[in-house]
Design a protein. Sequence first.
Length: 100
Amino acid sequence: MKKILLAGAAFALGTLAFTPARAVTATSLNDFGGIEEPEVIYHPSSNSFTNDSFVNITDQGSGTFRMFLRFHAGVSWDGDRTTTSTDRQRAKSKCSVRGN
């Protein structure tokens, strides 16, 4: 019985060791499952937010993407998507597998 279990475990480990990894390549922003832009600018001196329509995530072509965050120390910076986070910036793309 022990020999059968050991043989099964060895087979399973061998199968995992030789399973090829799948790579997914994004060639445009449409290849991502979603894009989350910062929606506000945070002003630390007044602990306030202002809405912002600046486009932080852009497709530069040829499979190149730019995620740009603006930061002016002590003055303002691109915030999160809400007015509850004063300690972070965010420009985010969500991965998803499309195709085969």
